[in-house]
Design a protein around this ligand. Structure first.
Ligand code: FES
Length: 157
């Protein structure tokens, strides 16, 4: 295993542990921390998390692979998560995905050749009343038309 947390991340890890009754209960928070630290959750990163929390790799993988917020492969600089559940589907989510495909040549699960954009279709992002919704990195963009989405994409540096 080659990975380890930076000094700051190690400090944050220790602080996270104080908030939970046992190490297992902190798994989601530690996975967030690991993803921030290592950019995505490689097998090495998940094994490292498992070693920190005394959990088998299979349990870490089970949890990490259940949530689309965890990246199990490298993503682009801008990670586009397009909700495709009912409200968003009815209000044009597939058009948003098609727009990304037309603009950058990528389908769900792919990264653009320049590494700038990755696209993934996700389940409900919890903002159905403002569908369609796209999460770009940590930011939500709601009630998107193709034109509004295109402007947001063009403004990303
Ligand atoms: S259906 Fe898209 S946010 Fe809920």
């Amino acid at each position: 295993m080659k990975l380890s947390f930076s000094k700051d991340a190690q400090k944050e890890f220790e602080e996270i542990l104080t908030r939970y009754p046992n190490k297992r209960a902190s798994l989601l928070m530690v996975l967030h921390l690991a993803q921030r630290e290592f950019e995505w959750l490689s097998k090495d990163a998940m094994e490292y998390v498992g070693s920190l929390l005394d959990l088998p790799f299979s349990e870490v993988l089970d949890t990490a692979s259940f949530y689309t917020m965890f990246k199990l492969k490298p993503s682009g600089k801008y990670h586009l998560q397009v909700c495709h559940t009912l409200s968003c589907a009815l209000r044009g989510a597939s058009g948003l995905c098609k727009h990304v495909h037309k603009k950058y040549g990528i389908e769900s699960g792919e990264v653009s050749d320049d590494g700038k954009f990755s696209l993934i279709k996700v389940e409900c992002l919890g903002s159905c009343g403002t569908a369609p919704v796209v999460q770009i990195n940590d930011d939500y963009h709601e009630g998107l038309s193709i034109e509004a989405f295109d402007k947001i994409l063009n403004d990303l540096k």
